[in-house]
Design a protein around this ligand. Structure first.
Ligand code: GTP
Ligand code: MG
Length: 190
């Protein structure tokens, strides 16, 4: 379905603060800088609805965007942000985890994985945590447009994705559904 209407509704710092109109919602989660906010903009075909940044740690709240007046797309703070003070980091993961466990209108989670770099343990652990808590998820591989870089293992996006799939099978009986995307070329947007 086409996105015909998209509007920012609210930033919340706790699950209780989130909008209470009962619309179904889909949340984007993933490491800081993986491209969550950029993907929101790609999906809604707007350049700056969600704020993005080269520096990790841009999104610090639970941000609700209402789409077609019928569902929410939710932009969350990233995890694994190395430059934040440890206390802040713990706090973020605590409040996003509380959101996942207690947000009754949450339909599914999009777990974003950077396809331009080799698989990271923290992403596998996060996927595993969502799985253990029976939270439905789709893996969204981001930055598939990026050219391979030697310092990042020298593999193409497709190869990094294959490696990630192999590793995730150690955590899941069957690998979650997955989509390859790019917010630059809009690959995977539909
Ligand atoms: P936090 O809010 O800090 O958790 O980050 P985020 O996951 O929301 O990432 P954001 O969308 O702000 O993007 C981080 C950086 O990656 C920005 O410089 C984006 O331009 C870049 N980026 C995001 N998506 C893509 C993509 O598909 N391809 C390329 N080449 N760059 C991307
Ligand atoms: Mg963001």
């Amino acid at each position: 379905a086409q996105v015909s209407q998209a509007e920012f509704v609210k930033s919340s710092v706790t699950t209780e603060d989130c909008p209470s109109d009962g619309l179904p919602e889909f949340a984007l989660v993933g490491r800081s800088n993986v491209g969550k906010s950029s993907l929101v903009n790609s999906i809604v075909r707007r350049k700056k609805l969600a704020l993005t940044s080269k520096k990790p740690g841009k999104t610090q709240c639970i941000n609700h965007f209402r789409i077609n007046d019928s569902w929410f797309l939710v932009d969350l703070p990233g995890y694994g942000f190395a430059n934040a003070p440890h206390e802040v980091r713990t706090d973020w993961s605590k409040f996003t985890k509380d959101y996942f466990l207690n947000r009754s209108t949450l339909v599914s989670v999009f777990l974003l994985i950077d396809a331009s770099i080799p698989a990271k343990k923290i992403d596998l652990e996060y996927a595993s945590w969502l799985g253990q808590n029976q939270i439905p998820m789709t893996l969204i591989f981001t930055k598939c447009d990026k050219r391979k870089k030697k310092r990042h293992g020298g593999k193409r996006a497709e190869e990094n994705v294959e490696d990630f799939q192999d590793l995730i099978r150690e955590y899941f009986q069957s690998a979650p559904p997955w989509i390859m995307t790019s917010s630059v070329t809009n690959q995977g947007r539909d």
